[in-house]
Write a protein that binds this ligand. Structure first.
Ligand code: FES
Length: 162
């Protein structure tokens, strides 16, 4: 990755090493490192003088946090009722087939994490897929390839099915 990540102590200092900034600190680490490693949680707990179990409690409470490495890109496929009845499951299947992973997993090359979500609050444009915060409404099976192409550059030996 070309952009520079801040190390965990720098992120903590940026938030003034305050307990009340715990969620902001974890969000920042998650954003820059793609996940919260056990080591980073230990560093946060020490710096904020908090029991590790409390930091872990917050890290496991919010869905925004991941304790396992995530891909550079996050692909969310909506499985809420409105998207479901308009073909959301078929679209998910197409992502699974092309990426060769299931929801909750990351491609072998670490590029894409696939996830499902209950409702993204924009049912009128369903089925909806969101990649890195960018909404793709009225998604169809045929558009899945085009959506992926924008973010995903598989290595030649690791090409997803076309
Ligand atoms: S059900 Fe998909 S956006 Fe609401």
């Amino acid at each position: 990755m070309a952009d520079k990540k801040q190390d965990v102590p720098t992120i903590i200092r940026k938030h003034k090493s305050l307990k009340k900034n715990l969620v902001a600190i974890l969000l920042d680490i998650q954003a820059q490192h793609n996940y919260l490693s056990p080591e980073s949680l230990r560093v946060v707990a020490d710096a904020l003088r908090m029991p590790l179990i409390d930091v872990l409690g917050v890290a496991t409470f919010y869905r925004a946090f991941s304790l396992t490495p995530r891909g550079e890109h996050t692909c969310l496929v909506c499985m809420g009722t409105a998207c479901h009845v308009r073909g959301g499951p078929k679209i998910l299947e197409e992502f699974e087939r092309r990426l060769e992973i299931e929801p909750g997993q990351t491609t072998k090359d670490g590029q894409v994490t696939l996830e499902t979500v209950a409702c993204l609050g924009c049912c009128a444009i369903g089925p909806v897929v969101v990649v890195d915060g960018e909404y793709h409404g009225h998604a169809t099976i045929r558009r899945v390839g085009k959506i992926l192409e924008k973010y995903y550059k598989p290595s030649p030996s690791d090409s997803p099915a076309s």
